[in-house]
Ligand binder design. Structure first.
Ligand SMILES: [Zn+2]
Ligand SMILES: [Zn+2]
Length: 280
């Protein structure tokens, strides 16, 4: 039945999307770039394989670029400097040579933790391209006789393109459109569309304000499949030591530097005013 065939191929594409997206968000980003939680070797191996399926350079290079991005955001040393426009921050930065400042500042970064992780260095030396295209094509063919053409174009090429663009939207759209509830002095924004498409990475004003928070958001699992995944891994004993910012710290920061759009700030302020008025 053609309809059943399409559903099976779409399901394979969805599974490959989720796996490769988590390889970037839970792996290269939250684990290796920011060290927001710890992972056991089996989980690190899974995330490295998933990251290879996403094929966005290797983990070491991804994490180095990302650390430079956070440290020198919106300057020439930022690899995808959003002040150079949407196209450059989305994909253009990958089409040209890196600015000399990116290379210079990148060389000075502390990366010893990445070099000390055998999983990261193995993936860097033996980046397996097969995982990006051949596995998504061959597994459906082997399991239910999917045509190799459909396997190559749907879970392979289309899924790869969607994951790439979802990731790039964090560097482009989430640095341009949205509110800034936590720090209005920086460019990164809260963007729900990006949060949805990049499985939880669109709460970008929060993330740049509190980069060490494993959830990259104050709202837990809301639009945040990556946080759901990390919590499940903790439940299974494969991850531990999640770093989280306290609500009080978030509130204080939002009141001090936010743009006033943090919905939770106002009721709390009013509540405190009521309590102090009552005490008088
Ligand atoms: Zn980050
Ligand atoms: Zn950013």
């Amino acid at each position: 039945m053609p309809c059943q065939v399409l559903v099976a191929a779409a399901a394979a594409a969805a599974v490959c999307f989720l796996m490769s997206a988590l390889g970037v968000t839970a792996g290269a980003h939250r684990l290796w770039s920011h060290r927001t939680y710890k992972a056991t070797t089996p989980l690190r191996v899974f995330l490295a394989l998933a990251n290879s399926m996403a094929f966005q350079n290797d983990i070491y290079e991804w994490a180095r670029d990302h650390r430079v991005h956070h440290k020198y955001s919106e300057t020439d040393a930022d690899p995808h400097n959003a002040s150079r426009g949407f196209f450059f921050s989305h994909i253009g930065w990958l089409l040209v040579r890196k600015h000399p400042d990116v290379l210079e500042k990148g060389r000075k970064l502390e990366l010893s933790d990445l070099k000390a992780d055998p999983v990261v260095m193995f993936q860097r030396n033996y980046q397996v391209l097969l995982l990006c295209f051949l596995v998504p094509m061959l597994v459906p063919w082997y399991l239910w006789g999917e045509s190799l053409t459909v396997g190559y174009f749907l879970p392979g090429l289309l899924r790869y393109t969607v994951v790439l663009n979802a990731t790039w939207l964090v560097n482009s759209a989430a640095h341009m459109w949205g509110n800034r509830p936590y720090d209005q002095t920086i460019n990164p924004r809260e963007n729900r569309f990006v949060a949805f498409s990049a499985v939880g990475e669109g709460f970008h004003n929060y993330h740049h304000t509190f980069p060490f928070d494993y959830a990259t958001s104050e709202f837990g699992h809301k639009l945040n499949l990556t946080t759901v995944f990390i919590d499940c891994m903790c439940y299974l004993g494969l991850a531990m030591d999640r770093k989280k910012v306290s609500k009080d710290t978030i509130r204080a920061r939002a009141q001090r530097t936010g743009d006033g759009s943090n919905k939770i700030v106002l009721p709390e302020v009013l509540l405190k005013m009521k309590i102090s008025a009552f005490r008088r």
